[in-house]
Design a protein around this ligand. Structure first.
Ligand code: ZN
Length: 294
């Protein structure tokens, strides 16, 4: 089971979060049938979104939207306080040859564009407060750097963000995935940032650690070195959408009687596919008839 932890370090002057997201990324790939490069890109965004939303309160929602001018066109991920995350890429077939070091050319399929973070609170109980929206132009396109760039420019938090998705040529294709996010708060001693930077520089590769079975807490320890930390929350995370047959029915009925009638007469039914999870809902003639009677 995938796990997400968050906490504080260096006398509460540094926010830390880490996650193992292997199953989440596998499920995203299975649902969207993404190409290798698109799988890595989506996996990084899903993992970064979970890390950024690790301390969400009940009824909060956090959305990360990458508006890309490259072949992938867009990447969207959304997470709720209970550790659910869902997401998709606009073009799941976007792909490029692997680079000479074996890594996937995520920046190549993303290209230029904009990186958005949308924070909403109270949305599920109908309290529609103004969402907070922050954005930065995409500088890197490798995703981890874009999260760090966003945190620095939009939230004034110097950060270290490491995101890893490792693929293998045989099923289940996604070997492992995970990430770490360290946010330095304004109250931090300037030496702390230098220490963390140095520890990360000399730490083993994140990907190797996850491959060798590291837990989320192991990843934190590896990044923080000798700096003290305390874990404030831990939750299981998974790829999960909130669509349902009932919601599909609601959506189709909102198209109006004329539209529903023509679906019944011409198509003898209706289908609706959820963009976030690629689940298809099929309504038969009876379902449509019931809708017209209601
Ligand atoms: Zn869905």
């Amino acid at each position: 089971m995938d796990k997400l932890i968050h906490g504080l370090a260096a006398d509460s002057t540094v926010r830390v979060m880490a996650a193992i997201t292997t199953d989440t990324v596998r499920e995203a790939m299975r649902r969207h049938q993404t190409s290798p490069t698109a799988t890595v890109a989506l996996g990084r965004v899903l993992t970064g979104t979970l890390l950024l939303g690790s301390s969400l309160k009940e009824f909060d929602r956090l959305t990360v939207k990458v508006e890309a001018q490259g072949e992938i066109e867009g990447i969207i991920a959304e997470t709720l306080s209970e550790g659910k995350v869902r997401g998709y890429v606009k073009n799941p077939l976007a792909d490029l040859p692997q680079k000479s070091d074996g890594s996937f050319d995520v920046a190549g399929v993303v290209g230029k564009g904009m990186f958005y973070v949308i924070r909403e609170s109270g949305f599920e109980i109908g309290l529609h407060r103004e969402p907070y929206i922050g954005s930065v132009p995409i500088e890197s396109g490798e995703i981890a750097e874009d999260f760090a760039d966003y945190l620095m420019k939009s939230e004034q938090l110097p950060s270290a963000v490491l995101l890893s998705v490792l693929l293998q040529p045989e099923e289940p294709y996604v070997r492992c995935a995970g990430g770490v996010m360290i946010q330095i708060l304004p109250s931090a001693n300037p030496n702390i940032a230098v220490m963390i930077e140095d520890t990360i520089l000399h730490a083993p590769r994140l990907t190797d650690e996850i491959k060798n079975g590291a837990t989320a807490e192991d990843l934190l320890k590896m990044t923080l070195g000798i700096i003290d930390y305390e874990i404030l929350g831990e939750k299981e995370v998974r790829f999960q959408c909130n669509c349902s047959f009932e919601r599909a029915v609601q959506l189709i009925s909102s198209l109006g009687k004329t539209e529903v009638k023509s679906m019944l007469e011409e198509d003898k039914g209706a289908t609706m596919t959820c963009g976030f999870c690629n689940e298809t809902y099929r309504l038969n003639e009876d379902d449509l008839r019931k809708m017209l009677e209601a």
